[in-house]
Structures are given as structure tokens and as C-alpha cells.
Design a protein around this ligand. Structure first.
Ligand code: NAD
Ligand code: IPM
Ligand code: MN
Length: 373
């Protein structure tokens, strides 16, 4: 029997709370579908800093490299805000993405019909929404050199005497590989890609546009390609989000645009993601799955967090890392059923109110729905 290895990194804040609900889902698949998961758990972010003095130990990094898939909850929180930059919780997450070379971050934003009235936009704008943002994840301004905070003492015009530097840098190869990922995914969906950059003000944006166009013309001429400045893209996302199928964009624009897309679906607590790299020897991509949301310090420890983003991230692991597409579909349908039945965590309460369920209750409902479908 195949055993699927999974490294769970719950992290900080609501990370461990939502991960406990994924554990229930994994248990259900083991008991009811005869699947065998080899689940291990380790520390990342502030939790790792508390134990090791750094947000990701070398041992954890090595474990992440050796498993079929990693599932990460969330990192960060006010307790760690004043740490030295090099040991901040977020550095642990960025190290995982960089060293595993997870260059394509898939952030699907789907509006479940039951939630169409909970979006901050009108139902007729978001109903049926199904878009996929492909965010470049291992380069750009997040990693470009030079970077740092330096003294600028020789510049008498500069009050405060300091300068902060980050560099937006993309190679053609980095752009081409994420563009290919977007075109491949588009072929399995609506066959349309919209690429977003700011070629009007940034040379890296000009290169981005040219290279995406090159990949299209040479390898994916059957897919419809359009280009848009990212600021207009942000506006179009809230004006008429259903005009998009796949959006491909850089690391920073993708971070911002996917948080905006999250609200179209009703809540940031709904959005899963898959961070994929090149195929491993077994043909599957190196992969980490992570909800788009963070550690939500404002609600951590209160049982209020919505576990759906993390549960749907596990569904993406079923699909992309374990080739268990039918099980992934089943889990997504279970989430849809629970929402259609009116079960809501606090973040999904519309203006008309109602009684929200807790994180654990939402997990229980989803497991129950799995048995009922
Ligand atoms: P956040 O995503 O943690 O929270 C933003 C808002 O959304 C908050 O009001 C929060 O309560 C709400 N929210 C988020 N997830 C929710 C859920 N599952 N259910 C219900 N409500 C939810 O973003 P932030 O407040 O800007 O950042 C907090 C910390 O998280 C920071 O340290 C940040 O760096 C970190 N962060 C980590 C990740 C990650 O680990 N992938 C992502 C984003 C932010
Ligand atoms: C995300 C987060 C991360 C990012 C942080 C926590 C490093 O906002 O996954 O969207 O900026 O990529
Ligand atoms: Mn983000």
C-alpha cells in the first residue's frame, strides 16, 4: 500500500488551531478510505525561534526536503515583531520556499454559492467566481540583492541619515518557468492567462511582459494571453473579477492581489494555496501547501479561526502531491456542503448576524459531511 508522507508545520497564532482540524480530516481518510499517511510534525516561525533561537532549524529544513508534501499553518505575531530581521518568523517560511525552490504559488479564489452574499462585493459581481492567481514565489523584491538598511551619513539632505534598500530582480529563466506553470494550468481550466506587471515604470516589468509573451508565442499559442498593469489589475479584480481565468504575476504583486481576491470569496479564512517546484524523481512537484492567511493574532487562542483555508490547502496536497484527485474533489464538496447547510465561523457572518461555530465545530461538520457524501 502507498504511504503518503506529510510534514506538518503548524507555526504560530491560529496555525496550530486550524491544523488540528486538518488532522481530523486526515484521520477520516485513513479510517474510511484506507489511505495511509506518514505524518510528522515540526516547528516553524516563532514556535521554532522559542525553542532553537531561529525560525527554522536545519533539521526541519532537511525533513521538508525529504517528504512528499509539507503543510504549513501560519507564522508570525506581535511577540516576535521586534526580533532581529534575520530571525523573524517570516524568515523561516521564506527559507522553506527558497531552498525548496517553490517558484509557482497557486492561489485559487473561488466563491462558493453559499457565500456569495458574504463577500464585500455584490452577489452579481462574485457569484460563480473561479480564478487562479499564479504568484512567482522565489524571486523578485523579496529576495533581490542589494538589500538592507544602511547609514546614509554622507547625505546631509537626508534627515535621519538612513536608507532602506530592496531590489526587484528577475531573470528571464525565472519568468519563463512560472509563465509555463500558468499556461499549463490555464489549459486545464478556461485557457486564458492575464499577466500583470508594471512595464510602464519598471524594467523588470518590461522583461516580465516580453518573456511571458515569448513563452506564449513559442510554446502556448493556443492559450489566450493578455497583459495588464498591476494597478489596473487590482482595480479590475474588484470591478469585474470574473473577467479573469488565470492571473500570473510577480512575488510582491501576487501577495497583494491574492489578499484582495480573498475578500471576493467572503473571507481570507477561505483561501488555500499550493507552492510548487520542479518535479521530483517520482514525477510529482516538490510542494508546500499553506493557507493564504497569516497567524491572525487578533483572534488567536479564541477558537474563532476559520479552518477552511487550511483544509482546502490539504485538498490541494491530495490533488497535486498524492495524485488523489477524487479524494480532493470529495473534500472540496464536503466544504461546499457545510457552507450550503449554513454552518459559519465568525469571519463568515454577514451583516444579518447569526450564531457562529467554533474552529473545532467547523472541522467536525466537515468530517461529518465527508461521511454523508
Ligand atoms: P492575517 O492574515 O494574520 O490577518 C488579517 C485579518 O484576517 C485579521 O483580522 C484576522 O483575524 C483575519 N483572518 C485571517 N485568517 C483568518 C481565519 N483563518 N479565520 C478568520 N479570520 C482570519 O494578517 P496580518 O494581521 O497582517 O498578519 C499577522 C501575522 O501573520 C504577521 O506576523 C504576518 O507576517 C503573518 N502572516 C503570515 C502568513 C503566513 O504564515 N503564510 C501570511 C500572512 C501574514
Ligand atoms: C503570504 C505572506 C508571506 C508573504 C509572509 C508572511 C512572508 O504574506 O504568504 O502571503 O509575504 O509571502
Ligand atoms: Mn500575504
Amino acid at each position: 500500500m502507498t504511504t503518503y508522507s506529510l510534514l506538518i508545520l503548524p507555526g504560530d497564532g491560529i496555525g496550530p488551531e486550524v491544523m488540528a482540524e486538518v488532522r481530523k480530516v486526515i484521520g477520516w481518510f485513513e479510517t474510511n478510505r484506507g489511505l495511509s499517511f506518514d505524518v510528522s510534525e515540526d516547528l516553524v516561525g516563532g514556535a521554532a525561534y522559542d525553542k532553537h533561537g531561529k525560525p527554522l532549524s536545519d533539521e526541519t529544513m532537511a525533513r521538508a526536503q525529504s517528504v512528499d508534501a509539507v503543510l504549513l499553518g501560519a507564522v508570525g505575531g506581535p511577540k516576535y515583531d521586534n526580533l532581529d530581521f534575520s530571525v523573524k518568523p517570516e524568515r523561516g517560511l521564506l527559507r522553506l520556499r527558497k531552498e525548496m525552490d517553490l517558484f509557482a504559488n497557486l492561489r485559487p479564489a473561488q466563491c462558493f454559492d453559499a457565500l456569495a452574499d458574504f463577500s464585500s462585493l455584490k452577489r452579481d459581481v462574485v457569484a460563480g467566481l473561479d480564478i487562479l492567481i499564479v504568484r512567482e514565489l522565489t524571486s523578485g523584491v523579496y529576495f533581490g540583492e542589494p538589500r538592507g538598511i544602511h547609514s546614509d551619513d554622507n547625505n546631509p539632505q537626508n534627515e535621519g541619515g538612513r536608507v532602506g534598500i530592496n531590489t526587484q530582480r528577475y531573470t528571464s529563466g525565472e519568468i519563463r518557468r512560472v509563465a509555463r506553470a500558468a499556461f499549463e494550468l490555464a489549459r486545464k481550466r478556461g485557457n486564458r492567462v492575464c499577466s500583470m506587471e508594471k512595464a510602464n515604470v519598471m524594467e523588470s516589468g518590461i522583461l516580465w511582459r516580453e518573456e511571458v509573451q515569448w513563452v506564449h508565442d513559442n510554446e502556448y499559442a493556443d492559450v489566450e494571453l493578455s497583459h495588464m498593469y498591476a494597478d489596473n489589475g487590482a482595480m479590475q479584480l474588484v470591478r469585474n473579477p470574473r473577467q479573469f481565468d488565470v492571473i500570473v504575476t510577480d512575488n510582491l504583486f501576487g501577495d497583494l492581489l491574492s489578499d484582495a481576491a480573498a475578500m471576493l470569496t467572503g473571507s481570507l479564512g477561505m483561501l488555500p494555496s499550493a507552492s510548487l517546484g520542479a518535479p521530483m524523481a517520482n514525477g510529482r512537484p516538490k510542494a508546500m501547501y499553506e493557507p493564504v492567511h497569516g497567524s491572525a493574532p487578533d483572534i488567536a487562542g479564541q477558537g474563532k479561526a476559520n479552518p477552511i483555508a487550511c483544509i482546502l490547502s490539504f485538498a490541494m496536497a491530495l490533488r497535486y502531491s498524492y495524485d488523489l484527485g477524487a479524494e480532493a474533489d470529495l473534500l472540496e464538496r464536503a466544504v461546499e456542503k457545510v457552507l450550503a447547510d449554513g454552518v459559519r465561523t465568525a469571519d463568515l457572518m454577514g451583516p444579518q448576524g447569526g450564531k457562529p461555530v467554533s474552529t473545532a465545530e467547523m472541522g467536525d461538520h466537515i468530517v461529518k459531511a465527508l461521511s454523508e457524501l
